[in-house]
Every structure is written in structure tokens, then in C-alpha cells.
Design a protein. Sequence first.
Lengths: 116, 107
Amino acid sequence: QVQLVQSGAEVKKPGASVRVSCKASGYTFTSHHINWVRQAPGQGLEWVGWVNPQNGDRGYAQKFQDRVTMTWNTAMSTAYMELSGLRSEDTAVYFCGRANWGIDYWGQGTLVTVSS
Amino acid sequence: DIQMTQSPSSLSASVGDTVTITCRASQSISTYLIWYQQKPGKAPNLLIYAATSLQIGVPSRFSGSGFGTDFTLTITNLQPEDFAIYYCQQAYRTPLTFGGGTKVEIK
């Protein structure tokens, strides 16, 4: 069965960087884009960006353009999202999700807490 | 960016009721509209894609309609497990954008 398993919770200081991983199984990793979505505490869903593991295409939301990098490792069927220059407003649960007429499978979420 | 506006932001309903949630896009998105359900502490769950298509495994009491800018999610015969937050999302162009959510609470 399709599964996306994310790395564990992180606590970072302002200005630091964080990398979240998303390991996929149960399907051909390169056949679907991976989206990243975040959710601040008590708030709604916010799209961060996407990556196409088949051809390397990627796109980021404008507000993250200069701080986010999305990569992947095909051999490990794993996608990564790195966010730099962290600030308190980046405290959120970060989800990865498989794109297929919407996001049909989601990771369990990774809580990133930014605090001094 | 395409703005997605959901209404209401919350509603109270009883088991067995029919509830309707609306989502309006700031420009036409054809049928590139997705509905998700999210329960506390969990990832969202895809309910409806392409505005009207029911995702495999989702109960038939969920249905979607609409085209262009105005869309509706309807839940008939509301069940206890349906109390959750519902989000719409446009998949017409990036950046993907979500509605603000509708919380369905028990009356």
C-alpha cells in the first residue's frame, strides 16, 4: 500500500535551517509529483511547493522562493524539503503529499518548532 | 494567485442532517477543485477531486458539484465520524491555494 513516512519533529532556533524528509513506498516514486504543505498551529493549509522526481521540475510558492529547496533521492524514494532563515512564523506541521488529482496520500506530518 | 473563499467558516449540525459547504474561486478554475477532510492531529484526507469525482473508499454520502468559480460539497445523512474540518483547494494553477476551512461541529 502507498505510504509516505516523514522524519521526526524538529526544534530550531531563529535563523537556522531545517530539512524534512519524506520516504515513499508502495508505488513508483518517479511517477507522481510530491507536494509540500504546511499548517501553522490552529490554522489552515498553506502550499509550500512541489517537485517532479521524474524530470526535476519544481515550483515554490512566492513567499518561500528564496528560502526553500526541494530535492529528492530516487534510489531511496525519498523527497526532502529544506527551509532556511527560520523565523517564529515558520512554526508549523509540514506535510508531504503525493499528487494525483489532488493530494491522495499524505505523510503523517513533521512538527517544526522555531524558538529561541 | 487564485483566492479560495469557503463558507461558512463553521456550522453545527446533528447526526442524520444534510450539510452544504460552498467554495468560491477568485477566477474560473473549470473543474480543478479538490475537497479534503481533516481531523485533529491528522493529515487531510482526499474526498472529492475534479469537483465531482468521489475518491476511492470515500462514502457515497459525500458529493461535490460546481464549475468555474462556484463549488459545493454536500454531506447527506451526517455521521459521527464526519465531524471535522473541510477544505477546498484549487488545482488549476500554481501556487495551489486552499480555502480557509469549514469546521463541522456537533449540535
